[in-house]
Design a protein around this ligand. Structure first.
Ligand SMILES: [Zn+2]
Ligand SMILES: [Zn+2]
Ligand SMILES: [Zn+2]
Length: 89
């Protein structure tokens, strides 16, 4: 792990991958998304900050779940909201 890591990222031993490549909240409201992120606490797959509804960030704020992983094929990184820490794996 790089030196930008934090206790939340260090605690992750198995990265949760997206079960479905769609934003669970955008699907409900028939909205579009740009990229997908998977919450490492509960496994929810939601849209990124480039998407109009920013559901992943909204979920992190509302739930307190700190870490997301990119759900994009070929991308292997994690991000911790409270520490603003980023790690590739
Ligand atoms: Zn952290
Ligand atoms: Zn969304
Ligand atoms: Zn979550």
């Amino acid at each position: 792990m790089p030196d930008t890591t934090c206790s939340h990222l260090e605690a992750i031993t198995t990265v949760k991958r997206a079960k479905r490549l769609e934003c669970a909240e955008c699907v409900k409201i028939d909205a579009q998304w740009v990229h997908l992120r998977t919450c490492q606490e509960c496994g929810a797959t939601l849209c990124c900050d480039d998407s109009p509804n920013r559901h992943a960030t909204g979920h992190a704020r509302a739930s307190g779940h700190p870490v997301i992983a990119s759900a994009e094929p070929g991308e292997r990184w994690l991000y911790c909201y409270p520490d603003d820490a980023f790690a590739e794996y």
